[in-house]
Design a protein around this ligand. Structure first.
Ligand code: PMV
Length: 346
């Protein structure tokens, strides 16, 4: 049996639009969270027959989950090409999330990353080999990408970069790489609060959203913008310019939603309360000199970014001004994390 705990991540420069084989149309850069994670354990055993059918059981939070099991079967069938041992083994998978399932936090990144990491550990065991850390995590990122693009970025701590860019020779469309050099110390103190505007499942899946970028009238301009924003963000992360940081990540978040609103068919994931929160964040930044800004995933929740040294003031601001706009006054507090860890003694 093997086990891995993998964190969720949130993109600052967004991935929206892909080519066949889960290849991104533009590079993305994310920050890895700390307390929002998935823990997965996989028990595996050689099959007693030469039957090639996949034998996978999937339990989510202690209960057999047929819907997820189907998704995992599809994922494993894609991976057979990469990891042929999958056909010769049966798997019993148990997964739990540290955050509530209906919290509106996307769990595909952390869950796919934890499964990919488990598969890499199983691979080392059945093939009787030991990869070095760079090979191990690079391959895990590659496998995670085949499950969910953003999951490729969840196998590293700090900041991660996924997608080929001329700015960094080691970057690749096939896997993410850690991006932790040249980071000003101010950005190592980043914290993130998820303001739960809506805990409902998204009406439009991210695969549908990516697909709508194929015919999108602004697609080329968007991919160019993301490349330019990546270059700017790299410079900002090394210089420590906080104002420029917030301006850039907000531009990325709103551009992502602008793509959704202007696609055919169009869809709007932001709710009136999302806009209210955005307004209050900007107002308090301007008038109370709080160092705060936001990013948004493919949903209605607002992810407020701030820094460790203003934690007290920001929590007060959240409690007094933002919680009235959150569903059941729910929010989740998190921070920049160190990346996945192997679960020992299971
Ligand atoms: O990994 P996917 O296919 O669920 O796409 C994720 C897309 C965004 O979360 C909106 C942006 C990103 O870069 O994570």
């Amino acid at each position: 049996m093997v086990g891995w705990k993998a964190p969720s991540n949130i993109a600052l420069v967004k991935y929206w639009g892909k080519k066949t084989g889960q290849i991104p149309q533009n590079p993305s850069l994310s920050l890895t969270l700390s307390d929002a994670y998935t823990e997965t354990t996989i028990a595996y055993e050689a099959k007693s027959t030469s039957d090639n059918a996949l034998q996978i059981e999937f339990y989510f939070e202690g209960k057999k989950n047929p819907k997820f099991e189907e998704k995992i079967k599809t994922y494993f069938s894609i991976l057979i090409q990469e990891l042929p041992f999958i056909s010769n083994y049966k798997f019993h998978i148990q997964s739990i999330n540290s955050f509530p399932h209906s919290s509106g936090i996307a769990s595909s990144a952390s869950s796919m990353a934890s499964i990919a990491l488990c598969l890499m550990s199983i691979y080392e065991d059945v093939e009787k080999l030991k990869l070095n850390d760079i090979e191990f995590f690079q391959r895990a990122s590659y496998l995670a990408r085949l499950g969910s693009g953003s999951a490729s970025r969840s196998v590293f701590g700090g900041f991660s970069l996924w997608g080929k860019t001329a700015l960094l020779a080691e970057s690749s469309d096939e896997f993410a790489i850690p991006y932790n050099q040249n980071i000003h110390k101010v950005f190592t103190q980043l914290r993130l609060a998820v303001l739960l505007v809506s805990a409902k499942e998204k009406e439009v899946s991210s695969s549908q959203g990516h697909a709508l970028m194929h015919q999108h009238p602004f697609a080329q301009a968007r991919f160019e913008q993301a490349n330019n924003n990546l270059e700017k963000l790299m410079a900002i992360l090394s210089s420590g310019n906080i104002n420029a940081f917030f301006e850039l990540i907000e531009n990325e978040a709103l551009s992502l939603h602008a793509m959704m609103m202007t696609s055919h068919p169009s869809f709007v994931l932001l709710k009136p309360n999302s806009l209210k929160i955005i307004e209050l964040i900007r107002l308090n930044r301007r008038e109370k000199s709080l160092e705060i800004g936001f990013t948004i995933d493919a949903g209605a929740n607002i992810h407020l970014l701030y820094f460790e040294d203003q934690k007290k003031a920001v929590h007060e601001f959240i409690r007094n001004e933002l919680l009235p706009f959150c569903e059941d006054k729910l929010w989740i507090d998190d921070k920049l994390g160190h990346g996945p860890t192997r679960i020992e003694n299971i």
